[in-house]
Design a protein around this ligand. Structure first.
Ligand code: NDP
Length: 330
C-alpha cells in the first residue's frame, strides 16, 4: 500500500473532493512501466484536475498530477529497466490517465523520457511541464530567427511557472528580458531570474481598437492570452514572433486585429507540450539541462507534500503561486 492524492466525485451533488488515501499497485491503471515516483509538481491544469475537473478528468476516483519524475521499479518494455531515472510530461497523464500525485505510477513506455544528464528527479520537477514548455517556446522563437541583438523579449505571466522559467532561460542565453506581472511584490524575484525591465500587468490589459502600437518587442513568450495577447501582437517589432503557450488571462485573443500579421509580418507560434513528439521532448530536456542555471531554478522552488495539494491547486487557479512548486510525494 502507498499514498496517493485521490479525487472523488459525489454523483448526487457533482462536487469533487481531494484527499490523501492509501491505494495499492493493483488499483493502478494498466501500463508497461511501474515507476516509484520521487517528485511531482503543480501546473495550472493540475489545479483544474485537483478541483472541479473542467472536463479534463474522464472518470472518478482520479489521481491527478500531469507530470512526475522517479525511478523505474518494473518494466515490460525493453527500453526501460529497474533503476532507470525517468521523467514524464503530457500525454493527458493526470487528466485522462492516473498521474504523478502518488508514490507509484504505471504508464506506457512511450510516454517516458530518460532523465537527461545534469538533472536529478527534483530538478526535473522544478522544471516540470511548465518549464519544459517554456523551453519549447524559446526553441520555437530561435528557430524563427530570434537573436539577442534584436531587442527585448517580453514574457507574460512572468512570476508564474512558465513565465519564471522562460525569464531565466532567456536571460541566461543573453536576451534582454521584459517581464509582465500583476504582482509588483515579485519584482526583486524577477530581476533575480534575469529580467531587466518590469512591465505592470495593467499596462497591457485594456482592449484598444488601434490597429498597431509602437514597436517594442523582438519576441514574446505568452502564458496569458486574453486582452494581453491582443495588445502584445500590436506592439511586436517587424517580423517578430509570439510563442503562445497558455490562457491564464482568457481563452480568446481580445481586441486582436489582422494588422500586425499583414503589415508587420508578425508570427504567432502555437506551443503544445502534451502531444510533442519524443525526439523533440528529448531535445528540449537536453536544452533545459544546458540553458537553465540550477541556482536560478532553485530560487523558483516552493517545496510541498501530497497533503498541501488541495490548497495549492486552488491557489494556482487564482494566479497566486509564485515560480514552481516541487511536490515530494514520499
Ligand atoms: P501559473 O499560474 O504558474 O502562471 C500563470 C501566471 O499568469 C500567473 O502567475 C500570473 O502571473 C499570470 N496571470 C494569472 N491570471 C492572469 C490574468 N487574469 N491576467 C493576466 N495575467 C494573469 O501557471 P503556469 O505557468 O503553470 O501556466 C500558465 C499557462 O500556460 C496556463 O494557461 C497553462 O494551462 C498553460 N500551459 C500550457 C502548456 C502547453 O503545452 N501549451 C504547458 C504548460 C502550461 P503574474 O502574477 O506574474 O502576473
Amino acid at each position: 500500500m502507498f499514498n496517493a492524492l485521490v479525487v472523488n466525485k459525489d454523483e448526487e451533488s457533482g462536487k469533487t473532493s481531494a484527499a490523501v488515501e492509501r491505494i495499492s499497485v493493483g488499483d493502478l491503471p494498466d501500463g508497461e512501466v511501474l515507476v516509484a515516483v520521487d517528485y511531482s509538481t503543480v501546473n495550472y491544469k493540475d489545479g483544474l484536475c485537483i478541483g472541479p475537473g473542467a472536463g479534463l478528468v474522464r472518470k472518478y476516483p482520479h489521481v491527478p498530477g500531469i507530470d512526475f519524475a522517479g525511478t523505474v521499479e518494473a518494466s515490460q518494455d525493453a527500453r526501460y529497466k529497474p533503476g532507470d531515472k525517468v521523467v514524464l510530461t503530457g500525454w493527458r497523464v493526470g487528466e485522462a490517465h492516473w498521474g504523478g500525485y502518488a508514490q507509484k505510477a504505471r504508464v506506457l513506455a512511450d510516454w517516458l523520457v530518460p532523465l537527461p544528464a545534469g538533472l536529478d528527479t527534483r530538478a526535473a520537477m522544478a522544471v516540470g511541464t511548465a518549464g519544459l514548455t517554456a523551453m519549447l517556446a524559446v526553441m520555437a522563437l530561435q528557430e524563427h530567427g530570434l537573436t539577442p541583438d534584436q531587442g527585448p523579449v517580453l514574457v507574460t505571466g512572468a512570476a508564474g511557472g512558465v513565465g519564471s522559467v522562460a525569464v531565466a532561460i532567456l536571460a541566461h542565453l543573453g536576451y534582454e528580458v521584459a517581464a509582465v506581472t500583476g504582482r509588483p511584490e515579485t519584482e526583486a524575484y524577477l530581476r533575480g531570474l534575469g529580467a531587466s525591465q518590469i512591465v505592470p500587468r495593467e499596462d497591457l490589459t485594456e482592449v484598444t481598437r488601434k490597429p498597431l502600437e509602437s514597436e517594442l518587442w523582438a519576441s514574446c513568450v505568452d502564458a496569458v492570452a486574453g486582452a494581453m495577447l491582443g495588445r502584445v501582437l500590436k506592439q511586436m517589432k517587424y517580423g517578430g514572433s509570439v510563442a503562445a503557450i497558455g490562457l491564464a488571462g482568457g481563452a480568446a485573443i481580445e481586441g486582436a486585429l489582422i494588422t500586425p500579421f499583414i503589415l508587420r509580418g508578425v508570427n504567432l507560434l502555437g506551443i503544445d507540450s502534451v502531444m510533442q513528439p519524443y525526439d523533440n521532448r528529448l531535445r528540449a530536456w537536453e536544452r533545459v539541462a544546458r540553458d537553465l542555471p540550477m541556482a536560478k531554478l532553485e530560487a523558483m522552488v516552493q517545496p510541498a507534500t501530497l497533503s498541501d495539494l488541495p490548497a495549492l491547486g486552488a491557489d494556482i487557479l487564482k494566479g497566486k503561486v509564485k515560480g514552481r512548486v516541487v511536490v515530494d510525494v514520499n
